[in-house]
Ligand binder design. Structure first.
Ligand SMILES: [Zn+2]
Length: 453
């Protein structure tokens, strides 16, 4: 009898599996806004700085709007309020979004020095930096009306560049502002302590989004106060446990961070010596992270990063390509790129990314209109943004031709690329080689590296 029941059950499940009767509905497509390196400069109009220092964040928007300076930032400057506001206005027209991925750097460069030069006192700086970050987060949430998953960037600190402290008042203040943290006391607690957290994916079942604080892993990191131990090591142990637990529970993970892993193509290319290989992270953290990614390549589906201000991507090629990583270009035009944002389309059933469309504003044309820059699928002739397609695209860039031209023209968001006919291997090799040794072999060519060793 029990055997018969089991057989009937099996036949029913088999029939359901082949979809007898109604066709399954097509998978729904969701949209995500990718935005990075905003670098808001609340000192850009000196005539309103005293008011901003004196006012609570709730009044900042009206103070910014009272400014007589309405023109957008120019190349070589961080984002003024008109550029930030224009970006959010454009982004809102591209929504609605399921969520927003902000890959860090809310605050302008050289902020503390500029703050004192603009009339602030060193003692006021920490609070001013914190309020600027709060303003950026509030505006993203208010104007995009979607959950904002925000990573800490190296400029996001009340103490200085690459100087974020664990359990700082800066992190505590931001933890109260990020609406996504209200749903999880654990996420709020880890963000408050270390600037990193994990939450269930907003739409895809059985997946999580892990937002990391990769500033702790940077070669430039130093803490603001002494004797804080090794937060970078502790964060990696936390990440290792998250990945282990995800595999046990059959969950996929998307990573979000500011500073990407791997090699810094721009710094490595300075001086023209192909043996010059500069990594973004300290070796010990890069090695441990890479080991985790190898162990859990089936768990980690996708990574988002920023920091370089350029439009770029990475992938681990091989027999089974893995770990697709997207670097979103910056809003700030300080490195002479145009401001850009991207809209990602994905399956809400699997999380798989079907396409990424990038929008930009050409500052050189003095236009005030945003426009579509390019669509990843059409530009590279692929049907998805995945490890497999990135493996093909990066190989195409390496071998030259149309893919390299496309990559070069989009890299600095349709302005003059830092890439040229002699230095392009530094950029191309950084897409697929993440250790100094592998990177040197790629840039120099394996034979010439052996000859020089
Ligand atoms: Zn930046």
């Amino acid at each position: 009898m029990r055997r018969l029941i089991r057989m009937v059950a099996f036949v029913c499940i088999a029939l359901a599996g082949v979809g007898v009767g109604a066709q399954p509905p097509p998978p729904a497509v969701g949209r995500v806004l990718l935005i990075s390196d905003i670098h808001l400069d609340p000192l850009a109009d000196p005539s309103i700085v005293r008011q901003l220092i004196a006012a609570p964040v709730a009044q900042w928007d009206s103070i910014f709007q009272s400014s007589q300076r309405k023109s957008l930032s120019t190349y070589g400057s961080d984002s003024n309020y008109p550029l930030f506001s224009s970006t959010l206005r454009q982004a809102a027209t591209l929504g609605p979004f399921d969520f927003v991925v902000f890959t860090g750097d809310a605050l302008r460069h050289d902020f503390s020095q500029a703050f004192v030069a603009a009339g602030g006192t060193p003692g006021q700086f920490g609070a001013y930096a914190t309020r600027t970050a709060i303003f950026v987060v509030r505006e993203l949430q208010r104007r995009l009306k979607a959950p904002v998953l925000a990573a800490i960037g190296n400029n996001d600190s009340g103490c200085g560049d690459y100087k974020i402290d664990p359990e700082s008042s800066f992190l505590a203040a931001l933890s109260d502002e990020l609406a996504v943290l209200k749903t999880s006391p654990e996420a709020k607690s880890t963000f408050r302590l270390g600037g990193f957290f994990s939450l269930p994916h907003p739409t895809v079942a059985n997946q999580d989004i892990v937002v990391l604080n990769s500033v702790f892993w940077s070669t430039s990191y130093s803490s603001c106060t002494p004797n804080i131990g090794d937060p970078g090591e502790a964060e990696l142990q936390w990440l290792g446990w998250k990945l282990y637990a995800a595999r046990l529970q059959h969950r996929g993970i998307t990573l979000v961070m500011h500073i990407p892993p791997g090699m810094n193509a721009y710094s490595s290319s300075q001086g023209g010596d192909c043996m010059n290989a500069v990594g973004f992270w300290q070796d010990k953290y890069a090695t441990q992270f890479s080991a985790l990614m190898n162990t859990y390549s089936d768990v980690v589906r996708l990574t988002f990063a920023g920091h370089t201000h350029m439009d770029d991507f990475q992938v681990s090629p091989g027999v089974t390509p893995s770990l697709p990583l997207k670097i979103t270009p910056s809003v700030s035009p300080i490195f002479k790129n145009n401001p850009g944002i991207s809209v990602l389309s994905y399956s809400t059933k699997t999380g798989a990314v079907s396409d990424i469309m990038t929008f930009f504003i050409a500052l050189s044309s003095h236009a005030s209109a945003w426009a579509k820059e390019y669509q990843f699928s059409a530009a590279y002739g692929v049907s998805a943004f995945s490890a497999a397609t990135l493996s093909t695209v990066t190989a195409g860039i390496r071998s030259g031709g149309a893919a390299r031209t496309t990559f070069g023209s989009n890299y600095a968001v349709s302005t003059a690329s830092p890439m040229n006919s002699s230095n392009w291997p530094y950029y191309s090799c950084a897409q697929t080689y993440f250790t100094a040794a592998d990177y040197r072999s790629c840039v120099c060519g394996a034979a010439s590296v052996r000859a020089r060793e």
